[in-house]
Write a new protein. Structure first.
Length: 668
């Protein structure tokens, strides 16, 4: 049976999940249409999806149409869930890109379109919600053609719009004489646009067309479907998923135009090896998604690229170089797992309860190993600090976080060594909020705050000071005396210039320990020091009373005294920020960056989009995720990487120091 794997991708709120329900119902796979609002859809079946009313995970749904087995991957619409979006699209062979007939092209449309371009993916454009007031198909189509690259053409036009949306008209087969008025005019223009696009995909047809020769309907239809299949034509169709108008025509278009799993061509591994996407080739697959089910446990979602896997076969995880032998294989439809004896090329399958599988792993026949490139995911852009509410929560958080990271590799977790805070990073505020909700579902309750800024200190001058520790309390006393020089320098460096045995060599390491004690606490506001060089110049000792501890104390006293004279300054972490946004927003972005004390490094054009690079203090980016979305209508995206430290301006440093001292006093 022919197979299609098709991802539904779009901006949030365009009706992907509702469309998936309509496809299932129209095909007979379900008898009753579920509603997103009621939490009864096949795709959005998790508790968090019911609670929020939108897709968080990629739903896997299966139905049959005209003897073709179609698997639909219903991807989320919010960019925070980029791992689900990219994973689902990469596991597909083709895509249906949805755009609202009332809302037009939105930022999510642009993002999934660009990702489909990166994957070289054939696609259909479904203009949804055509039964709504103010729905306008041709205006939406014009906006699509103006905003997105590629030959987007009307394969169908609506018969009526808004509440009068009655059906769809096949542009290629309908005759204009059968219609009148605006419908006839729209059909004539759409047919001219469509025929032009079709003949441009075939040199022979183009030559005949230019010479005025008539092209038969059959020839046009054959070239049209070949063009859709090859990704040279992106056909558009108006639909209403709620009334199921246009759904049968969309299903036919998916079968006739979109490529099958076997027709996508050979796949290439990272070492240049290739695999034919056929059931008789050596087995290979990729784990495109992991999830943790409270009843089933770990679930690994596979896209089988080549060959056949039977239950009990030994396969190799070539990404991690380990073998495994899954005793049971499954396919998924919504939340339901069905055991199957084998998985073949072009199927989405499931392996459960295996700790050796992770998102992005390649699986292969051990006799014919191959490894595919991993899923490309963006860096963290938003980070929060987690504070367990109770000791029990603190004890459990490690295991709970491990489950979250296993399921979602776009989440990052770690402890900031300087502040001691537990930091959770993700793709945005919504992403981390839902992760915190999942922690609560796993029995771990936390509060969330912005992370503390890990300031540091350094010096800007050379200074010398003596540290003398002398104490007598009966019996052996304590005596340590050293003179230190401190100066700015790259990194940390400690050396001794003592001559003549003024301080025995065995005490020099103790002096350094005292210096390091002071380095951890700084001399200005209690932050760690960096880029400081110390030299022991001189000192004295006592035959009986000197000890390692005495010289450690003396070293600490001398270091602090010298640092206080060496013009200590406060340093703040800075980030390399790269902002990508349409050209019309660059002025607002640049102005905003100036207000954040940014040092702009450059601005690079890429068509109508610009990438702005800047060095920005971390403290100025606490709200940047929300601010950029507001500034650009959610059309801006950015990435962050650590870029060292820089001196804090004096007026700001004074505030930080005063706040630090206030906090220290409150804790004492």
């Amino acid at each position: 049976m022919p197979v299609r794997i098709v991802s539904l991708a779009a901006h949030s709120g365009t009706g992907k999940t509702t469309l998936a329900e309509a496809l299932l119902h129209r095909s007979g796979a379900i008898s009753r249409v579920g509603r997103v609002e009621d939490g009864t859809t096949q795709s959005d079946h998790t508790e968090e999806e019911h609670a929020h009313g939108f897709s968080i995970k990629t739903g896997v749904l299966r139905f049959k149409h005209r003897d073709t087995d179609i698997t639909v991957l219903d991807t989320p619409g919010f960019a925070d869930f980029v791992r689900e979006i990219r994973g689902g699209m990469r596991a597909s062979d083709s895509a249906v890109i949805l755009v609202s007939g009332t809302g037009g092209v939105e930022v999510g449309t642009e993002r999934v379109w660009a990702h489909a371009d990166n994957l070289g993916m054939p696609r259909i454009v479904a203009v949804t919600k055509m039964d709504r007031e103010r729905a306008h198909y041709l205006a939406t189509l014009a906006e699509l053609r103006a905003s997105l690259p590629g030959p987007i053409v009307p394969a169908f036009i609506p018969d009526g719009e808004g509440p009068d949306f009655r059906g769809v008209i096949n542009v290629l087969t309908a005759h204009p004489d059968e219609y009148s008025g605006e419908t006839r005019h729209a059909l004539e223009e759409a047919r001219s646009t469509l025929v032009d696009a079709i003949v441009e995909t075939d040199d022979d047809l183009m030559n005949r067309y230019l010479e005025g020769e008539d092209i038969s309907q059959d020839e046009l239809a054959k070239a049209f479907y070949a063009g859709v299949h090859a990704g040279k034509i992106y056909p558009a169709i108006p639909i209403s998923a709620t009334t199921q108008t246009g759904i049968p025509e969309l299903m036919d278009l998916m079968v006739d135009g979109l490529r099958s799993a076997q027709e996508r061509g050979e796949l290439t591994g990272i070492d240049g090896q290739t695999r034919a996407p056929t059931p008789d080739a050596p087995f290979s697959a990729r784990v495109w998604r992991m999830s943790i089910d409270p009843y089933v446990g770990k679930i690994a979602y596979l896209r089988v690229w080549s060959g056949t896997l039977k239950a009990g076969d030994t396969i190799r995880n070539t990404t991690r170089d380990v073998d495994l032998k899954p005793a049971h294989l499954y396919v998924m439809n919504g939340k339901d797992l069905t055991e199957v004896p084998e998985l073949t090329a072009g199927m989405i399958g499931v392996i459960t309860k295996n700790d050796q599988l992770h998102t992005g792993d390649t699986l292969a026949d051990p006799q014919h190993p191959i490894q595919y490139d991993p899923l490309n995911l963006p860096d963290v852009v938003y980070t929060v600090a987690l504070h367990p509410k109770t000791r029990q929560d603190e004890d459990r958080i490690g295991d709970a976080i491990a489950k979250l990271l296993e399921e979602d590799p776009t989440l990052h977790y770690g402890r900031e060594p300087q502040t001691g805070e537990m930091l959770l990073g993700g793709m945005g505020e919504m992403h981390t909020n839902i992760a915190v909700e999942k922690l609560a579902a796993l029995g771990v309750n936390v509060t969330v705050t912005p992370p503390q800024i890990p300031y540091r200190e350094t010096i800007r001058a050379k200074a010398k000071a003596q540290g003398k520790h002398k104490k007598q309390s009966g019996g052996h006393g304590q005596y340590g005396d050293c003179h230190l020089q401190v100066e700015p320098g790259q990194g940390y460096h400690f050396k001794s210039a003592v001559v003549g045995g003024a301080i025995p060599g065995k005490y020099i390491p103790s002096i350094e320990k005292g210096v390091q004690d002071t380095m951890e606490k700084g001399a200005l506001a209690g932050y760690p020091l960096q880029d400081v060089h110390f030299t022991v110049l001189d000192g004295s000792y006592h035959e009986v009373d000197s000890s390692d501890m005495a010289f450690r104390t003396a070293g600490s006293l001398a270091a602090r005294a010298a640092l206080e004279q060496a013009r200590p300054v406060l340093l703040e972490p800075v980030m390399l920020l790269k902002v990508r946004a349409p050209a019309q927003y660059t002025g607002d972005i640049m102005g905003d960056l100036q207000g954040r004390r940014a040092r702009v490094q450059g601005m690079e054009p890429d068509g109508t989009v610009f990438t702005i690079s800047a060095i920005v203090p971390q403290s100025e980016l606490q709200t940047y995720n929300a601010d950029l979305r507001s500034m650009t209508g959610d059309r801006g995206a950015y990435s962050l990487k650590p870029h060292g430290y820089q001196e804090v301006p004096e007026h700001l440093a004074k505030k930080v120091v005063e706040e630090r001292k206030f906090q220290a006093a409150a804790q004492s």
